[in-house]
Design a protein around this ligand. Structure first.
Ligand code: AR6
Length: 186
């Protein structure tokens, strides 16, 4: 299952590269320091050009970075997307250190920021499941629950939300999690 509508918002699971998405905003898997790194963050900064880094430095100077579970917004620089929402997911520390709650918040705070800015379409990567080590099955179920709850509580605010999975295997994990979220067979 790769598509569902929650609160009037179409939600898609796709395999692809987050930097190529043509949604109005894409979400970055950022660090609290907003200084860039590898994975999604490195790919986004490379594709967006130096302006993104300058904007992140300005946010750092203003508010000292971004706490885990929260998100900040910049322009998209040279990306097809007009905005980048920099969300900070949790580092996996065994599962008993509020990881689920912080991951949930990273998704819902990103969506709240999009709505606040009047953004209508957003693409997410799978936050925290790379360098931060969050087990992807558990992360997929938290991510989809966060999307469903936000979108049903805020109906009609967004037209489209896309989860962009880098590998076929990751896409399959999210497809199973979506079926489980809906209580149907995959
Ligand atoms: N498009 C879509 N998904 C991608 C892409 C891409 N271009 N590249 C990687 N992924 P990660 P995290 C997948 O490590 O776990 C960075 O160094 C990847 O396969 O980017 O939240 C930051 O600076 C994985 O499933 O994010 C932080 O230090 C998922 O995106 C730290 O990593 C997330 O992988 C954040 O770690």
């Amino acid at each position: 299952m790769r598509e569902v509508t929650w609160g009037g918002t179409r939600v898609f699971l796709v395999q692809g590269d987050i930097t190529q998405q043509t949604t109005e905003a894409i979400v970055n898997a950022a660090t609290s320091g907003l200084l860039g790194g590898g994975g999604v963050d490195g790919a986004i900064h490379r594709a967006a050009g130096p302006r993104l880094h300058q904007e992140c430095l300005a946010i750092r100077a203003r508010q000292g970075g971004c706490p885990t579970g929260h998100a900040v917004i910049t322009t998209g620089g040279e990306l097809p997307a007009r905005y980048v929402i920099h969300a900070v997911g949790p580092v996996w520390r065994g599962g008993d250190n509020d990881e689920d709650k912080l991951l949930y918040q990273a998704y819902s705070n990103s969506l709240a920021l999009a709505v606040e800015k009047g953004i209508k379409s957003v693409a997410f990567p799978s936050l925290s499941t790379g360098a931060y080590g969050f087990p992807i099955r558990r992360a997929a179920s938290v991510a989809l629950r966060a999307l469903r709850e936000f979108l049903t509580l805020n109906p009609g605010m967004l037209a489209e939300v896309r989860m962009v999975l880098f590998s076929k295997r990751d896409l399959e994990v999210y497809e199973k999690a979506l079926a489980a979220e809906l209580g149907v067979e995959p």
